[in-house]
Structures are given as C-alpha cells and as structure tokens.
Write a protein that binds this ligand. Structure first.
Ligand code: OOB
Length: 549
C-alpha cells in the first residue's frame, strides 16, 4: 500500500493479512457503532473522579455529534490533531470523533511540555490541539497559547474544563445533520499517530491504520481473557500504547467490556476504585507494580475482583513477579510490547515458571520473529540476539522519516526493535537487554540524544553524554556526564537540571544525576564510549562517599 507520508505494507502482505482474517475491514468508528447497536445500555466508559458513566449508546452518540462539530470547525480527513488529555472520559469522545472524521489524533502524554508539544504541532502541521485546563498542577492553556502563536497551521485549541482564551470542548457546536458519515475513513487508512520512545533526536511518529490496530485488539482478547464482563482500569496515561491497546481501553471496548479511568496511579486511589467498580484487569509498569504489591499486603480494600494483573513497558524482575499471585490472588501477565506494533503476552494458561521468567509470546501466528547477531545472521535457538519483527500490526516505517526508516527497518521490512532477546522453544521471549541508545526509566522512554541536545545549548557546557544507570526501583535512571567549557565557572548539577526543565522538556527526561568530568572515555575510533560511561556511573553509584544531587 502506498501512502505519501509513510510506507505501509506491500500489496502481497496486505492480501495475505486479509485472507488470513487479520485485517477484516473494520474501522474504529464502525466498531463503536456496531457495539452500540448490539448492547446500547452496557457501560462503556466510567470516570468515577468526574462522575461520568457513559453507556455504549451514549459514547457512540457523543462521538457522532462531536465529529460533526469538528467537521463544522473545518477539521478534515487526514488532518492531524494533537491530543494531550489525562485519564478523563472526554479522551474517548474526542478520539472516536476524530476517528470518524478521519482526522489523525497525535497521542501526546500529559507529561509532555512545551518542547515536545511545539515539535508535535509543527512537525505534523496540526490544525488543532486538545488539552485539559490543568492537570497535576500544570496549566496547559498558557502553553497552548504560546504554541498557537508560533505554529501557523494550528487554528484551534479545545479545552476540557475552563477554557481561558480558547474554545471549550463542550461548546463545540454539534450539528449532526451536517456530517456525512459516508465520508469517513476506510480500514486501510491511517487512524492515528502514536509516539515512539525514541533513541535519536526527537520522538518519531508511528502511523497506525484502523485494520492493523484492530487486529492487535482482536488478538489481545483471548490472551487477556476479555469478555463483555471485563472491567479494565486505565492507570497509566490513557494515550500510551499499553493502556490503549494491550488490551487496554480500546481492546476492552472491542470486547464489549467497561473501561474505568483512574485519575492517579497511587495504590490508595486505585484500590478504592478497584473495589467499587469491581475491576477485573489492569496494566502497570514495574515501579507501580512494586508499589502496589507492597501496599496490597495491608490494604483494607477488597481487590478480589482482579483476574489479570498485567506488567509491562520495562523488564519486571523475577522476584517481584513471583509475588504477584500470592499477594493479588490472580495471575500475572507479562506484556512486552512496543508502539511500533509487536505485542507479546504470557498466557494465563502458561505454567507459573513461564509467567514469572518470560516476557510472553506474540499475539499473532503471523508475527514473524527473527533473533540475529550483529551481522544479521540468525542465532541458535535460546541464544541472545537482536529482535527483528514483521507482521500484520507492526509498522513498515515511521511517519515522514525516510532517513530514519532506512536504519530502523531491514530491506525486507522487519522492524529493528533494538531489544536483545532469547527465544525459548515454546516461542516465549526473554528480554535480556537493549542495543538501542534509549533509557527505560520505569517504562518511560528517554532518548539520550534529545536530552543531550538541550544540555548542549547551555552556555557553560562543552560536551555532554547521557547514559542509563541501574536503579533498584525504576530499573534505570538517567545520568548526564558533562564536560564544561574551559572558561566556564563551576556549575551546580541542580542548575543544569533546572535548565532542562526550563527548556520545556517533560520532567521524566530531566537527568536524575549530573556528573562533571574532564573528558569522556573514547572507543577505538574516537567516539564517546557510552559503555565505559555506564560502568563509570555504576561504580560511582556503588561508592557510598559520592554525593548525589
Ligand atoms: C511499550 O511501548 P513503548 O513504545 O513505550 O516501548 C517499547 C520498548 C520495547 O522495545 C522494549 O525496549 C521496552 O519498551 N519494553 C520492555 C517490556 N515492554 C516494553 N522491556 C522489557 N520487558 C517488557 N515487558 O512499552 C508497550 C507497548 C504496548 C504494550 C506494553 C508495553
């Protein structure tokens, strides 16, 4: 398939995926309409913090009406709309309305700040930006005003809550009569742009189609044990690929279940919601899973409704994994996925050893897995190697990034995940490490280069290298090694951290530690040796005399 902005699947693959029933010609708009017709009165979305309880029929109607409103505001098929909402019911109204128009949501996270938002809006030439008024003490309206002043394509800012100088979402006129549902997108059209964690400069945009994403939802139903009675709690930010689709909110709606939104991920907040809403399944990153496991041992709340406790986004330690079943009385499900596509699940039927020691196996029989050495040759079974993958819901290229695509995909269309894995005879994968220059801070991905570029803009900084250091709680944290200019006055680490924040980068990208050095260790060819820096960072970490800032 040809698309001007992104390489999609070659025709012979598209035909194969259709023939095999992976792609069934569904769209998100059609899926919601079908479910609403089948079970109008069942609860689709529940937002207890804000008192919303929408049935399938209500969500469907809201999405139709808002689609008409967006269309009346001039939003057209193919237009990009940056959506940055926390876990609120309106998230679903907005994205299904955009799906119906055929406009592409660009899924920003609530943690993103001006640097990221400015980039998303400018790079995608977004026509609109959807925000909350405030979230976790941050006012998004002022940020939106500044970005709107600088990005000429950005015509509209829609606000959930008090709009300030912008347009309140609930005042977008709804003219159902003016919207022709027949003009909606087709199943092989792009549905949205998801974000990559990135290991180079700026986050890459991941183009997903209706057909391919719905394939991943359908494939999640079985492994996650979803039925119409499932109640999925969205704890992680709703727009992230894990809580969106593995099975996440969209997989739950696909199965006809109920999506419950958790406003904050702390155990006290979440446990109360689990008890009250009889939550059956939720997905967490490892640091949260550790925190919940601690808290669950002395909680007054009844968590017995939980059937599947998912952990993914970063490696979940085996010892922690072993505690899940005894503490929560339900199965752990390890989830090893990526916004680019491939998702692996342990299955509830797997034996406990497999569940606690592997990161699962792929969803689809047509997920092709190759584990190769540095030269691209397959390694013997069970040996670690680079994971390459291709399949019915794994992208063939990033959006408007031809250069990058040549590096990230093989000539025959396999995505180079950057992960080092072992494949067991059962097909289960064990994640052993990572070859990409990315920091996985408790599931939040940081591109060292993006942070380095910001630090290099500081007038006292001569050179900088950001590397991962191990952390017992987060798995990894970021440490910035900095060489100051010879004429620069001494700097405090805190000053550099503040500099990164003030440049408008998301807080999770601010280096946890800053170390000043005279020079970087080098590799044989004179490149900065990140490997040597990482071991230096480990040594510093281990020595009790070091002062951390
Ligand atoms: C999920 O998606 P992304 O796009 O934020 O990050 C993908 C990367 C993977 O390439 C891998 O490096 C790491 O995150 N990762 C894991 C993991 N799950 C993800 N590493 C070790 N063990 C795991 N269980 O993180 C994501 C998307 C959909 C479902 C689940 C996670």
């Amino acid at each position: 398939m040809k698309h001007p902005d992104a390489p999609l699947w070659p025709a012979e693959f598209a035909e194969r995926y259709r023939a095999a029933g992976h792609w069934r010609g569904e769209t998100f708009g059609g899926m919601l309409a079908e479910r609403a017709a089948r079970h109008p009165d069942r609860v689709a979305v529940r937002d207890p913090a804000r008192g919303a309880r929408w049935t399938y029929q209500e969500l469907d109607e809201r999405a139709w009406r808002l689609a008409a409103g967006f269309a009346a505001r001039g939003i057209r098929a193919g237009d990009r709309v940056v959506v940055q909402l926390p876990n609120v019911a309106e998230f679903f109204e907005v994205i299904f309305a955009l799906f119906r128009v055929g406009a592409l949501p660009v899924f920003a996270l609530p943690a993103h700040r001006e640097a990221e938002i400015r980039y998303f809006c400018a790079f995608t030439e977004a026509v609109a930006y959807v925000i909350p008024d405030t979230d976790a003490g941050f006012d998004f309206r002022a940020l939106a005003s500044r970005v709107k002043a600088d990005v000429p394509t950005l015509r509209d800012v829609f606000v959930v809550g008090d709009p300030g100088e912008h347009t309140p979402l609930d005042r977008v006129p709804r003219y159902p009569g003016e919207f022709d549902p027949m003009t909606g997108p087709g199943p092989s059209d792009l549905a949205f742009l998801q974000l990559s964690g990135g290991s180079t400069g700026v986050p890459k945009l991941i183009p997903r189609t209706h057909d391919d994403y719905i394939c991943s939802l359908r494939g999640s139903v079985g492994p996650c044990g979803l039925t119409e009675r499932s109640v999925y709690l969205v704890v992680l930010p709703a727009a992230h690929n894990f809580p969106l689709s593995s099975p996440g909110s969209l997989g739950t709606l696909y199965a006809g279940g109920t999506v419950v939104l958790c406003p904050r991920p702390d155990p006290a907040t979440a446990f109360e919601v689990i008890e009250r809403e009889r939550v059956t399944i939720t997905g967490l990153v490892p640091p949260l899973a550790l925190m919940w496991t601690e808290a669950a041992q002395s909680t007054p709340y009844d968590l017995s409704s939980l059937q599947v406790f998912q952990v993914g986004g970063a490696k979940f330690g085996e010892e922690a994994a072993r505690r899940v079943r005894p503490v929560f009385g339900c199965t752990l499900q390890q989830v090893f996925g990526m916004a680019e596509g491939l998702v692996n699940y342990t299955r509830p039927q797997d034996d406990e050893e497999t569940i606690v020691t592997t990161q699962g196996r792929p969803i689809s029989p047509d997920d092709e897995i190759r584990v190769v050495d540095d030269a691209g040759r397959e390694v013997p079974p069970g040996e670690p190697g680079h994971l390459l993958t291709r399949g019915p819901y794994t992208i063939r290229g990033y959006w408007r990034a031809p250069e990058h695509n040549r590096r990230s995909f093989t000539e025959d269309g396999f995505y180079r995940t950057g992960d080092i894995v072992r494949r067991l005879p059962s097909g289960h994968l064990v994640v052993e490490g990572r070859a990409k220059d990315q920091i996985n801070r408790g599931g939040e991905k940081i591109s060292p280069e993006e942070v380095e570029n910001v630090l290099l803009a500081h007038p006292s900084v001569h050179d900088v290298s950001v590397v991962a250091v191990p952390d017992p709680y987060l798995g990894e944290r970021a440490c910035a090694y900095v060489v100051l200019r010879s004429d620069a006055a001494p700097l405090r680490p805190a000053a550099l951290k503040k500099f990164v924040r003030e440049r408008g980068l998301a807080a999770y990208k601010v280096p946890d530690r800053v170390e000043f050095v005279d020079a970087f260790p080098q590799t044989g060819v004179g490149k900065v040796s990140r490997k040597d820096l990482r071991s230096a960072a480990r040594a510093v970490e281990a020595s009790p005399a070091t002062e951390h800032h």
